[in-house]
Design a binder for this molecule. Structure first.
Ligand code: COA
Length: 377
């Protein structure tokens, strides 16, 4: 009998989820039933996190309670700082993020307590603690001192404060908040599925998130936002160039790349084949940043690549395509882009970990053996 193989598990429905719904036909994405565009327009990232964990929008009292909790759990744990300081400055920041979560898990008093209450506390703490890891890592690479968190700022404002040591303007904070909301959750993508696989063995939450970070690092998944910027860098970024000239160079680069059968990161999606539901909202945030920083030439590169890919292969951009240049304009180093994705996706991962635990079955598929027939020594 020849087994049916679902390479890459493409088309396989692995389980139910009530966390989010991706609908490729209508290009829509719902978090707990709410269109992500509406959430990005109206809510803080903290409110979206509570929605993903609890299944419902938070009441005023729940918001207030989480506000206090989140703001009081932001400081970089000295043990995490010590572990980060042992890592070389040229290691990838995703390695730093992965190590930081692992260290937090090893030191957590509730590490082995997988009750829903303990899991939610750990999820909220991780949400609050991770921005300091990203901020500190970018700063140490630039030989800058750690900046302590500020309790008078919200999540997005404080994230930018800790990274850059100055208060970010409203426009920048808003684009950042939108990116966090859009990156928060996306059903059974590779890293979320990884988190669910690890959870299904009854391992602890920090192990599941650490594994998920490993999956997110790859350029076919989260690493694509960084790779997009490397593409822009390879083409050459020149703020003095006109938008039209930049677009023409980008088009020529793409034609050449496709002729060489290169995969160009930031385009294509396993589920969306006629456009990523999150792109229009992220593109608006990018447009706002381009206008704020007066960097029209970057949009020349952006438009040129998109047009050439569309004409040649009819493959459309995914969320990482507008997110990459947005983070670049804000001042994040290119290698920090995927750790920003971790900060956002901690919400979705931990919501899925809770869901997996509540109705668990060990995830363990079969394989079709195609090695040598039985033989003997
Ligand atoms: N650049 C160039 N060609 C691409 C492409 C890209 N970004 N994405 C898909 N294609 C082409 C493939 O080469 C393949 O062409 P072929 O049939 O002529 O061989 C075809 O489209 C199907 O691609 P495949 O990789 O098999 O589809 P998939 O459903 O497995 O791919 C991705 C989904 C995301 C892995 C793929 O689109 C990709 O690698 N994109 C770049 C990475 C990226 O941006 N990831 C972030 C996702 S949110």
């Amino acid at each position: 009998m020849t087994e049916q193989i679902y390479k890459g598990l493409a088309g396989v429905v692995a389980d139910h989820t009530a966390v989010s719904k991706v609908n490729p036909e209508s290009n829509s994405l719902l978090y707990r039933g709410y269109p992500v565009q509406e959430l990005a327009a109206e809510l803080s990232f903290e409110e979206v996190a509570l929605l993903l964990w609890n299944g419902e929008l938070p009441s005023a009292a729940e918001k207030e309670e989480f506000r206090g909790f989140e703001r009081s759990h932001r400081a970089l744990d000295p043990r995490v700082r010590a572990a980060i300081d042992l890592l070389p400055l040229d290691c990838h920041p995703m390695d730093v993020g992965r190590t930081a979560v692992s260290v937090l898990g090893a030191n957590h008093p509730l590490s082995e307590d997988s009750s829903p209450e303990a899991e939610l506390i750990k999820a909220k703490e991780l949400f609050a603690a991770f921005p300091a890891v990203v901020a500190y890592d970018q700063r140490r690479r630039r030989e800058l001192e750690l900046v302590e968190p500020r309790e008078d700022l919200d999540y997005s404002q404080n994230f930018l404060w800790m990274t850059f040591g100055e208060e970010a303007p409203e426009e920048v904070v808003d684009a950042f908040r939108v990116s966090m909301v859009l990156y928060a959750e996306h059903s059974f993508n590779a890293s979320t599925f990884t988190a669910r696989v690890v959870t299904s063995t009854l391992a602890d939450l920090h192990s599941a998130v650490t594994a998920a970070i490993g999956a997110l690092k790859g350029p076919l998944h989260g690493g694509a936002n960084e790779a997009v910027m490397h593409t822009f860098e390879e083409i050459g970024i020149d703020p003095a160039e006109t938008r039209e000239a930049a677009a023409a160079r980008a088009k020529a680069w793409m034609e050449q790349a496709l002729a060489e059968k290169r995969k160009v990161m930031g385009f294509g999606h396993r589920v969306y084949k006629s456009g990523d539901s999150r792109v229009p909202t992220m593109k608006q945030a990018l447009d706002a940043m381009v206008e704020y920083y007066g960097r029209g030439e970057l949009m020349g590169l952006y438009d040129g690549l998109e047009a050439a890919m569309g004409e040649a292969k009819n493959i459309l951009p995914n969320l990482d395509y507008p997110a990459g240049p947005t983070y670049h304009l804000m001042g994040f180093d290119t290698e920090m882009f995927t750790p920003l994705f971790i900060a956002a996706r901690i919400t979705g991962w931990t919501a899925h970990i809770a869901e997996q635990r509540a109705n668990n079955a060990l995830i363990r598929p079969l394989s079709a053996y195609n090695g040598p027939d039985e033989r003997h020594l």
